[in-house]
Write a protein that binds this ligand. Structure first.
Ligand SMILES: Cc1cc2nc3c(=O)[nH]c(=O)nc-3n(C[C@H](O)[C@H](O)[C@H](O)COP(=O)(O)O)c2cc1C
Length: 179
């Protein structure tokens, strides 16, 4: 056994699905960030949590608006995941830069990302400080998945969810190759 430190510690718990979280400001301007630290929390009510660095622009937007959408994506979004995870909405229009197409959500103001494998529309129920991050607990008020990708569980080959191995390394559920 060897001692693990720093960012390697969180990588020990990978692979995990990497998602694109969409949010918006009071004027409706959309921002998207890449999130690997997400987890289901409760069946009834349906709750999930995302852990966001206090410095991120999306942290500010979600704290202010109380809403966000989790977009579960596949291999085709690898470049968008890298773009949205490596620059800030404070100075970059990531929707434009990543070439994302947006569609209106059903129950919340932030839009959804077209072509995602699944959408989870969330309303913030709690915000808990966790060191240098805040853990946002969201109630899922609307959830939908692509029928050919998900039926009770992810279906090969369409449900090829993008998984995070390290901040800059990914694989996919049914491909099993990391790069
Ligand atoms: C693969 C990957 C996973 C990431 N996961 C998270 C995460 O779980 N929480 C977080 O706060 N930032 C995470 N980030 C970093 C943010 O996505 C990144 O800092 C982003 O530029 C913040 O954008 P914003 O300032 O527009 O909110 C991740 C980045 C990558 C590349």
């Amino acid at each position: 056994m060897k001692v693990i430190q720093g960012r390697e510690i969180s990588a020990l718990l990978n692979p995990r699905p990497v998602v694109l979280v969409s949010c918006c400001d009071a004027g409706g301007k959309v921002n998207v960030l890449t999130v690997a630290w997400q987890t289901p929390l409760s069946h009834t009510p349906p709750l999930l949590g995302i852990s966001l660095d206090l410095r991120h622009y999306s942290h500010q937007l979600i704290a202010e608006s109380g809403e966000f959408a989790v977009n579960v994506v596949g291999e085709g979004f690898r470049e968008a995941v890298e773009v949205c995870g490596n620059c800030s909405g404070r100075d970059t229009d990531k929707v434009l830069k990543a070439g994302l197409r947006l569609v209106p959500a059903h129950r919340i103001r932030p839009p959804l990302i077209a072509g995602a494998l699944a959408h989870l529309e969330c309303v913030v129920r709690d915000q808990v400080r966790a060191g240098d991050h805040d853990f946002f607990i969201g109630e899922i008020v609307y959830a939908a998945a692509q029928g050919e990708s998900f039926s009770d569980q992810w279906q090969a080959p369409a449900g090829d969810v993008l998984l995070c191995l390290q901040r800059d390394r990914f694989t996919a559920l049914f491909q099993g190759r990391g790069s």
